[in-house]
Design a binder for this molecule. Sequence first.
Ligand SMILES: [Zn+2]
Length: 65
Amino acid sequence: MPETTQAETPPTSPTASGWCHWHKGVGEDVRVTQVVEAGSGPGAKLSACARCRARRNLVPFADQP
Ligand SMILES: [Zn+2]
């Protein structure tokens, strides 16, 4: 049995980088903090990096009630 390598990316990677809508740039640990419901069509998702979440007290959408 070969050792399991990083074949698949875990869904909640702690260091996932992505686009942060708050500082309009690429940040680390980007999470969706807000989903703006549009009248018709897909809603807009606003993602924030860890730094912006801490600065603005943003709660990740998945952690909201
Ligand atoms: Zn940011």
